[in-house]
Design a protein around this ligand. Sequence first.
Ligand code: ADP
Ligand code: 5GP
Length: 213
Amino acid sequence: MSDSSSSATCVPTSSGHSTGATGLRIVVLSGPSGTGKSTIVNRLSAQQEVKLIKAISATTRAPRNQERHGEDYYFLSKEEFLRRRDAQEFVECFEVHGSDKWYGTLKSEVQRAHDCGGWAMLEIDVQGAMQVLALYPEAVTIFIRTASETEFEQRLRARGTESEEVIQRRLQTARRELEMAERYRYQVINDDLDRATAEIVQILKGVEGNSNA
Ligand code: ADP
Ligand code: 5GP
């Protein structure tokens, strides 16, 4: 397996705004499966208004469709994942959706974003988000939801990438996740992709403005 540092695609810079004691700028996006997080992350990565660098998570789940190692995830064997966990290489890591599949944010990914002068953008589940907040209270946490609770189920089904068993497990997790929404600093409704993306950009610009004041 290639090392996470091999994916760096930016030129490090010392410029950039910092928040909190660590100087790291971290934005966490969570929300039920199917609400549009990955779509939003891709939109945010493409825009130029706020410098955002997607922290590529590690996972033990198998790649889907066109997913590529080092771009969508670092696809690791369970042995490799647990070895890295024991070596304290993760900011946070959890079994997600009760599926015996591990997901985690590598410290090296957060550092990579920092070295590039950008926000580290983490698309992670609620357990991971709470762990990040415990370590970095200045992290900007955003919960993405749909206008109705049936909408993300419809989108998940329309995406067509999961079996019915997996969909059912994700819907169960979604109920627990929605109960945690209030613990996020912001909630954004993704009924319109352009508007939701613009709202997140505004949130981050506001934080940058405050930390520069
Ligand atoms: P998540 O990463 O939260 O599981 P995805 O980004 O994969 O969700 O989105 C789930 C599906 O919903 C995808 O097919 C995506 O194209 C679609 N989608 C995302 N945002 C919207 C939106 N605002 N309106 C309609 N469909 C959307
Ligand atoms: P998927 O398998 O659909 O790519 O992702 C499933 C879930 O895992 C999503 O809810 C996503 O937010 C979560 N996830 C992805 N990466 C991480 C990570 O690094 N840490 C944690 N805690 N959850 C993650």
